[in-house]
Design a protein around this ligand. Structure first.
Ligand code: CA
Length: 405
C-alpha cells in the first residue's frame, strides 16, 4: 500500500509530513517527456491484455501527456513538520468540531447503518473525513490519470504506480467514475477520503444504492467505503482507539511508546488515571501509553484499534494521534490537557538527529520529523544518560549529546 514514505494508505492532502523522496542523483537519470508517448502505447496494450475494455483504455488514456508538474511535486524536497499540539490545535479547530458534529447529525441514519454493518463508529469516520478533505470540500485538482501515467513512466517507482494506474482503469471500467471525475493531489489519490486507486478498487462500496461506487460525489458511498477499509485492517467493534489519561510524575517512562503494549493493569498499578481522576481499569486489555509531546504534555492510552488501524492509515504518529483525538472529541471527550511540554523546534530536532546519527543510530532522513527511528534513538540515549526516557527530545539530551559522551 505504501506509495509515499511516512504516509500510507490514502496519504491525505493535509498530512503532517510531505516528503519528496527521490535523490537528485536518481532524478537526473530519469527519462524526460520524450519517450512518454511510446511508453503509453505499450501500457494501453498491456491494459487491454489484462482485461480492461478497449473503450475504457481509449477514453482514459488517449491524448494523455507527460506532466512535468506531477514530477516537480514528486521531487519537492520540502519537509513540513509540526509537533502534536501545534498540528492538532490547527486541525481540530472549533469550526471542524462544529461542522463534524453537524455532519454526524445530518447523516445519523447512515452512520447507524454503517456501524451496524462494519462496526466502525461515526466519529472515527468524520474525523478522517475532516482531516483528509475538509469533509469532501478540498480533494485536490490535478488529473489523477495524467499524474498516475506520468509517475508510471517515470523511473522512480514505476511498478507501484503502474499497478495504481491499472486499478484506476478498472475503477473507470466498472462504471464508478469517469476519467474526468478523477482529480486529486499529485500521486493519484481520489475522493473524499483520498483513496489510492488500488484502495478504491478493492474497498469502495455502493452504499446509496445507485449502482456506482462514487467516492467523489456520494457521502454515503465515501463513508461506508472508509468504514469497509478500516474494518479490513482489523478494527475491533465496540473497543476504544484512544483515551486521554493523566500520568503520575514518576513512571517507567521507557515503557511509554506506541510500540509497547501492556495490559491496562500495568498502567493502573503505576497510578495512571482518566481525566476525571478515575483509575484506569486493572484488566488485561492491551494498551500503549502515547506521550506525543513527552512526559510533560498530553497523554493517551492507545489501543489495538489505534495501533493496527490508525497507524496503517497514516504512519505519522502526529497525524494519527490528531485523527484519533479529533474522533474522541466528536464522540464527546473534553479538550485535552496541554500540560507544559518543553518547546523544541524542528531545527533543534534536526540537530539532535545529526548527533544521534553520529552515535550510529538509524534515524532515517535528517528532516526534523520525529519518526519511529528517532524516537527509539532518543530513548536509548536518555536511558544511557539516566534521563527520563520518554522518547521525546529535550534540551538536556541535546546538551549531553553535544558534549559527545
Ligand atoms: Ca453509489
Amino acid at each position: 500500500m505504501t506509495l509515499i514514505p511516512l504516509m500510507t494508505a490514502r496519504a491525505g492532502l493535509c498530512a503532517v509530513v510531505l516528503l519528496g523522496s527521490a535523490s537528485s542523483a536518481l532524478a537526473q537519470q530519469c527519462p524526460g517527456a520524450a519517450g512518454f508517448g511510446k511508453w503509453l502505447q505499450s501500457f494501453k496494450q498491456q491494459a487491454v491484455a489484462q482485461g480492461i475494455s478497449p473503450r475504457t483504455v481509449s477514453v482514459a488514456l488517449d491524448g494523455v501527456t507527460y506532466d512535468p508538474n506531477t514530477i516537480a511535486k514528486d521531487r519537492a524536497q520540502g519537509v513540513f513538520a509540526q509537533d502534536f499540539l501545534t498540528f492538532s490545535g490547527r486541525m481540530v479547530s472549533n469550526n471542524r468540531m462544529q461542522v463534524g458534529a453537524a455532519l454526524l447529525k445530518k447523516y445519523g441514519s447512515t452512520f447507524a447503518k454503517i456501524e451496524q454493518q462494519f462496526g466502525v463508529p461515526g466519529p472515527v469516520l468524520v474525523a478522517y473525513w475532516g482531516l483528509e478533505t475538509d469533509f469532501g470540500k478540498v480533494m485536490g485538482n490535478m488529473q489523477s490519470i495524467r499524474s498516475l501515467a506520468t509517475l508510471s513512466y517515470d523511473c522512480r517507482r514505476p511498478a507501484e504506480f503502474q499497478a495504481q494506474l491499472m486499478d484506476a482503469l478498472r475503477v473507470i471500467d466498472r462504471g464508478d467514475l469517469s476519467p474526468a471525475e478523477m482529480r486529486g493531489p499529485a500521486h493519484g489519490e481520489v475522493g473524499q477520503f483520498q483513496f489510492q486507486p488500488s484502495t478504491y478498487y478493492n474497498y469502495a462500496v455502493d452504499f446509496d444504492g445507485d449502482g456506482r461506487r462514487d467516492l467523489v460525489k456520494s457521502a454515503p458511498d465515501s463513508l461506508a467505503s472508509a468504514a469497509n477499509y478500516i474494518r479490513s485492517k482489523g478494527w475491533q467493534p465496540g473497543q476504544p482507539w484512544l483515551e486521554e489519561v493523566i500520568v503520575p510524575p514518576n513512571l517507567p517512562w521507557e515503557q511509554a511508546d506506541v510500540t509497547i503494549q501492556r495490559p491496562r493493569l500495568f498502567w493502573s498499578r503505576y497510578g495512571v488515571t482518566y481525566r476525571n481522576g478515575k483509575p484506569v481499569p486493572a484488566d488485561n486489555v492491551p494498551a500503549a501509553l502515547v506521550l506525543p509531546m513527552g512526559r510533560d504534555g498530553p497523554a493517551f492510552l492507545a489501543y489495538p484499534n489505534f495501533i493496527n488501524v490508525y497507524l496503517d492509515w497514516n504512519n505519522s504518529l502526529v497525524y494519527s494521534t490528531t485523527a484519533g483525538y479529533y474522533a474522541t472529541r466528536l464522540a464527546g471527550a473534553p479538550p485535552l490537557k496541554r500540560g507544559n511540554p518543553e518547546p523544541f523546534t524542528a531545527a533543534e530536532t534536526k540537530q539532535l538527529q545529526q548527533l544521534l546519527a553520529r552515535q550510529g543510530f538509524d534515524v532515517g532522513k535528517i528532516d526534523g520529523v520525529i519518526g519511529a527511528g528517532t524516537r527509539e534513538a532518543i530513548r536509548s540515549m536518555q536511558i544511557k544518560y539516566g534521563l527520563p526516557a520518554d522518547s521525546y527530545p529535550s534540551h538536556e539530551l541535546l546538551r549531553q549529546l553535544q558534549r559527545g559522551r
